[in-house]
Design a protein around this ligand. Structure first.
Ligand SMILES: [Cu+2]
Length: 152
């Protein structure tokens, strides 16, 4: 397949999870995933996420500050384990294999930075916000502010 056809195919597949594009110079541009949150949930992530170099952005449409924390679960851990630990105020590290990166965005704002992640195919990833509105309030994670995905 020629590069020009590849580019057209890539553009037709969609905006939210554009496959890595090959530019005219031949360098690879990462797939971009725009993560959007409100109070207290993430908008659905693309259903099909490929492994490889991926650029994450984060926009907060809510009325309180949120984080987008990306990580990988430990082998054998489930996301329910993580959410339960958050609800009970226990450390999450028992279930987190790797913390990949965090973006923070104030209410109604986009994060200043972006996260460039080399997604490993087949691994269990999560996106979550573990902030609280006040010290005694429940974590946003325990209110349902998370998403999970497994790159193919
Ligand atoms: Cu939050």
């Amino acid at each position: 397949m020629s590069r020009r056809i590849l580019l057209v195919v890539a553009v037709l597949i969609g905006f939210h999870a554009t496959p890595a594009l090959v530019s005219a110079q031949g360098d690879l541009r990462p797939v971009r995933i725009d993560v959007v949150a409100n109070d207290y949930a993430f908008m659905p992530l693309p259903a099909d996420i490929a492994g490889g170099l991926t650029m994450f952005t984060f926009a907060n449409r809510g009325k309180v500050i949120h984080e987008m924390s990306i990580g990988r679960l430990k082998d054998g851990a489930t996301f329910e384990d993580l959410q339960k630990a958050s609800k009970e105020g226990r450390p999450l590290r028992e279930f987190v294999g790797r913390s990949v990166g965090i973006l923070v965005a104030r209410a109604g704002m986009e994060a200043d930075g972006k996260l460039l992640v080399n997604l490993v195919p087949g691994q269990a990833y999560f996106v979550m916000c573990n902030f609280k509105d006040t010290p005694d309030a429940p974590t946003h994670l325990s209110l349902g502010m998370f998403a999970t995905f497994r790159p193919r």
